[in-house]
Design a protein around this ligand. Sequence first.
Ligand SMILES: [Zn+2]
Length: 246
Amino acid sequence: MVDWYEQADVGGGVVRISEPHVNDLLSANFWWLRGAGRDIVVDAGLGVVPLRAAIPGLFARDPLVVLTHAHLDHVGGAPAFAARAAHRAEADLLAAGVPASLDGAELYAALGIDAEPDSELMINVRPEPGYDPASYRIGPITLQHLLDDGDRVDLGGRELTVLHLPGHTPGSIALLEERTGTLYPGDVVYEGGLIDDLPNSDVADYRRSMEFLATLDVSVVHPGHGPSFDRARLHQLAETYLSRRR
Ligand SMILES: [Zn+2]
């Protein structure tokens, strides 16, 4: 059995979980936040390897999983959680079953990406010898909580604010812990090529979201892909997007 998930304690009761054996496009971060009252998990990975078996501690305190948006690399593991939340604009997409495949060409076609995939298979190792990548899919995901802009998620002793930042998808959200200035933006902003040309992306919305982020006061950003970064880099990434899309 391969160690599928990598865990890193980033301090402040936050653990980053990532999937190193996944192709660059789909290798996402998700974030485990510990509160006095409950834990929350921001996103849930691809769902190739069952989370409950691989990271039992993640479920010890009945966490709420908050999905930043309805893409396979962020929601595949969500069915393992009993309590699930996302922005209401993603609810129908999740309930319909998000497009999912580990076959590059099939996935690009399902997502509506007009490009050649980098690799035939989206994972670079099989989690166990008999694993059949063709068996991978994500079933319908229902939500116990529908989120709106400005909602607060209370963990007991710490609180996150929901920021609706559409563009990548209609119901993309970021979570902001105001007390520590920590932002979890999902796929709204990260180091690397941002995606605003999927069938349900919207460049005008994305621009407004970036205008908001270009002046947001934060101390650290823990994104859906790649390394964490600071406020100066957040503002720079937002400005770069805005200048490219002017
Ligand atoms: Zn995405």
